[in-house]
Design a protein around this ligand. Structure first.
Ligand SMILES: [Ca+2]
Length: 313
């Protein structure tokens, strides 16, 4: 190595050393383990840290990044390898690019959608083909709206960090009641008897629609690793589809056992030329009558009707 290169290397090492001395925290340690090729050690370390509110978001982001760097198809106790699908675009529909989409669900021939952010949260009924808003309920400005689902003639919507779920009438004119939510609220769907909710961890909770009480909890793992940041949900033909924040990947989950059945890779669905202000994918709706799967995202100008294309592995 030349003298010139040695000096540059010493300057770089000196800077890195100073930087680490200034920030000797667990996030840095997790990143170090990741870049040393030790994702399992990184996630085990990160999972045990009592994160402050200020650090929690960055920690979740790092955990999610680690999860997405691990090979997707993993052996699971001798079970079949998870199936992997790509998505093909069948058609496109207009979507309100000002809606920070948190929940999306078919209701008859219309769509129910919740849009988040403080002071901007609404629950609305939307015309599928035109994107026109047919009905809308504005949440109190203290609430950050999250996932939604219709069950038994009422529309249920979670709030992110306010510890409450709201129950609206089906015409979205008024709040009928509310229920307590333990921890954060993220995504929501339902099966025949329960509301099904995610909270940003690897847990999915099944709630009694009348009381909001937790009836069952499943924990999702990718191999031995907890599958963190489970977000928007959709119940499709006996499976749970769950998109994993902040990725554009959707996990297929067995709602009985919690086993990871497969992955849907939707990266690149929204082309770069339309990504000017767009955030991540976060809307899954299945039209059982028309067998249509719709995907959109936060602040996306487009909703995509897609079909799955199995990837041979
Ligand atoms: Ca949904």
């Amino acid at each position: 190595m030349s003298k010139h290169k040695t000096v540059i290397l010493m300057i770089v090492l000196s800077f890195v050393g100073c930087h680490r001395d200034k920030s000797p925290n667990s996030l840095q340690a997790g990143e170090d383990l990741l870049y040393q090729g030790k994702p399992r050690e990184a996630i085990e370390m990160l999972a045990t840290v009592p994160w402050s509110a200020q650090e929690a978001m960055a920690a979740r982001r790092l955990i999610a990044e680690i999860c997405t760097r691990i090979d997707l198809p993993r052996q699971d106790g001798g079970q079949a390898r998870p199936r992997v699908d790509l998505v093909e675009i069948v058609s496109t529909l207009p979507h309100d690019a000002s809606c920070y989409t948190q929940g999306l669900e078919f209701n008859g021939d219309t769509l129910l959608e919740s849009c988040g952010l403080y002071e901007k949260s609404v629950v609305r009924r939307v015309d599928v083909d035109t994107g026109a808003v047919l009905q809308e309920y504005r949440l109190n400005s203290k609430y950050f709206g999250e996932g939604l689902t219709q069950f038994g003639g009422s529309v249920f919507v979670l709030t992110w960090a306010e510890g409450v779920g709201l129950v609206l009438d089906s015409k979205l004119t008024q709040q009928e009641r509310s229920f307590t939510v333990q921890g954060e609220g993220w995504g929501m769907t339902h099966d025949a008897t329960s509301l099904i909710c995610s909270n940003g961890s690897n847990e999915i909770r099944f709630l009694d629609p009348k009381s909001g009480a937790i009836k069952k909890v499943i924990k999702i793992f990718n191999g031995e690793l907890p599958l963190m940041n489970i977000n928007e949900l959709e119940y499709v033909n006996g499976e749970l589809l769950a998109n994993i924040w902040p990725t554009e990947r959707i996990a297929r989950i067995d709602p009985v056992s919690g086993r990871l059945l497969g992955w849907i890779l939707a990266e690149g669905l929204l082309p770069n030329r339309l990504r000017f202000k767009a955030d991540v994918l976060n809307g899954i709706a299945y039209d059982s009558a028309g067998d249509r799967l719709l995907l959109t995202g936060k602040l996306w100008p487009t909703t995509f009707v897609v079909r799955l294309k199995p990837l041979a592995l």
